[in-house]
Design a protein around this ligand. Structure first.
Ligand code: HEM
Length: 206
């Protein structure tokens, strides 16, 4: 769980960086998107690894939850979870489920049309189409709202998940405090950044 989670965090960092260019430099966004969408290494190696990483993380998350529930078939008479654990850590399965639902919407929005564009319809290559296609998705207030809510759950998920992944892989040394600080900052700043991108394009579309 921890290793696949750390891998997905790396993906999030690059995904955020590329998407942020849609706010400050549309031409750069088009260039980067075209590169990612047509480069052989990205398409044939990185994309399948990413899809595997996403599926593995979600399936293992559900398996782990089932194991945890089975481990205590009879629940405590009195259980005060907040005494020694955070709300986020006790509800990773729910924040994860919201992110999974978001990914279904997100793939329907971006990935499916991209596959249709590339492999079903035969359009000539157009390296400048990505920016317009992306911002068009944020014309709808409902979709923008759903994205924003999902990014808040992403924040909650990362606040516990990113920090605890280092602990899970046994990284416990004099740098742990600094790493904890970095993971918390990342968990807050990246989802806020995604919210900013979605709201920016929504307002820009008005
Ligand atoms: C405002 C925020 C976001 C925007 C504008 C955005 C935009 C995009 C775009 C344009 C694609 C390309 C589809 C393609 O051409 O293949 C994509 C793919 C994807 N996005 Fe996002 N995204 C956002 C947030 C997120 C978040 C928060 C996650 C994860 C929780 C995510 C996960 C993915 C994944 C897994 C893919 C498929 C990657 C691939 O092409 O292999 N996205 N997104």
């Amino acid at each position: 769980m921890a290793l696949s989670g750390l891998f997905l965090v790396l993906f999030l960092a690059q995904h955020f960086t590329i998407n942020f260019t849609s706010v400050i430099a549309p031409d750069t966004f088009n260039e980067l998107s075209h590169f990612m969408g047509t480069n052989f290494l990205v398409q044939a190696v990185l994309q399948p690894v990413l899809i595997f990483g996403v599926c593995f993380h979600f399936i293992m998350g559900f398996v782990l939850e089932i194991h945890n529930r089975k481990a205590r078939a009879i629940s405590y008479v009195k259980y005060n979870g907040s005494a020694n654990s955070s709300w986020m850590s006790r509800n990773m399965i729910y924040s994860g489920a919201v992110i999974l639902a978001f990914l279904a919407l997100h793939f329907y929005d971006f990935w499916v049309p991209e596959l249709v564009h590339k492999y079903v319809q035969s359009h000539p290559e157009d390296p400048t189409r990505y920016y317009e296609e992306t911002i068009a998705k944020f014309e709808s207030p409902v979709r923008t709202g759903l994205y924003v809510i999902s990014f808040i759950f992403l924040m909650l998920h990362l606040l516990h998940g990113f920090a605890s992944s280092f602990q899970s892989v046994g990284w416990n040394n004099k740098y742990s405090k600094g790493i904890q600080g970095f993971t918390k900052a990342f968990a807050i700043i990246i989802p806020l950044g995604f919210i900013f991108i979605a709201v920016f394009h929504y307002i820009n579309n008005l």
